[in-house]
Write a protein that binds this ligand. Structure first.
Ligand SMILES: [Cu+2]
Length: 304
């Protein structure tokens, strides 16, 4: 079936914008753009990472998925912010963008063996924050999602975090095209030195790449046809204490024997139903309202 771009646009009634994180906010105080956040080498810095219809060569299956394309080449020129365990941080988008894609936001951390500006992120990552749907009664294609139209992801560093240098990896995932395998990943890394921390053992941990699989239910999900529970990707959030989270039993601390916990539910992730919107097959983007920042690829899609 062939639909014109205009007809497809009418079926996909949400505003789109691409974006990237560049500012770390510490206890409400904004630092400078890329002062503590690694930049990237993408031709268009705001492009998402995808499995389908990829922009440049970025997919979630390559090493650069840790901090975004070429980010490690900026590590040496990026500062490392001293932050107190237990403090409130945020990661803010560049150039006034807001998260006008439906989907979850997650924040991961990984401890550097030496210094943060010398660390590629190949070690273990644990999750310290996640948010997805905040209002099930709102429009599930837009405002139902906690991060909708916000310019930042806010989170708290666990007080139990051991002192040391870490990477912080904020991630927003646009799932508007996930029914078609086109989840969009927006992420980067900030460099921090945690002080005043505790003696917790963060976990469960995952690695990037590896934590996300193309056929995970989280990335084969439809926001169309009303609310349904969203399976948040990655391990459970670590809030302190032992490696399997607060209040865990001894048995749960054995990571190798705990694989079943990380296996996605064996639910069908079949093709989208015919009622779902038909996209143009090129991008997630239907209607153009010129919300993209300098995304010339999309400029010509405006209805005449
Ligand atoms: Cu998009």
């Amino acid at each position: 079936m062939k639909l014109s771009i205009l007809a497809a646009a009418a079926l996909v009634p949400f505003v789109s914008a691409h974006y990237f994180f560049d500012v770390l906010i510490i206890d409400g105080v904004e630092t400078k753009s890329n002062e503590f956040v690694r930049s990237n080498t993408r031709a268009a810095k705001y492009n998402p990472t995808k499995w389908e219809n990829i922009r440049d060569d970025m997919t979630p299956d390559i090493d650069d998925f840790r901090c975004n394309k070429g980010a490690f080449t900026f590590a040496g020129q990026t500062g490392t912010a001293e932050v107190q365990a237990g403090s409130k941080l945020a990661m803010k988008l560049a150039v006034g963008a807001t998260m006008q894609h439906p989907g979850p936001a997650l924040v991961y951390m990984s401890r550097a063996p030496t210094t943060a500006n010398n660390y590629e992120g190949q070690g273990e990552w644990f999750k310290i924050h996640e948010e997805s749907v905040c209002d099930q009664t709102a429009d599930f294609t837009t405002t139902a999602w906690c991060t909708w139209d916000k310019d930042r992801i806010e989170f708290t560093l666990p007080a139990d975090l051991p002192d040391g240098e870490y990477l912080i990896r904020p991630e927003h995932i646009g799932v508007h095209g996930a029914h078609d395998g086109q989840a969009e990943f927006y992420n980067t890394c900030a460099q921090v030195k945690v002080v005043g921390g505790g003696s917790g053992t963060p976990g469960p941990t995952v690695k990037f790449p590896g934590a996300y699989k193309r056929d995970d239910p989280s990335f084969n999900f439809s926001i169309w046809n009303g609310y349904k529970e969203y399976p948040i990707p990655g391990p459970p959030v670590w809030t302190g204490g032992s490696s399997s989270g607060s209040g865990s039993s001894v048995n749960e601390t054995v990571t190798s024997a705990d694989n079943s916990a990380s296996v996605p539910p064996n639910e069908s992730t079949t093709a989208p139903s015919p009622q779902e919107p038909i996209t143009t097959g090129r991008t997630c983007h239907g209607p153009r309202r010129r919300r993209h920042t300098r995304d010339s690829k999309h400029r010509n899609l405006s209805p005449p």
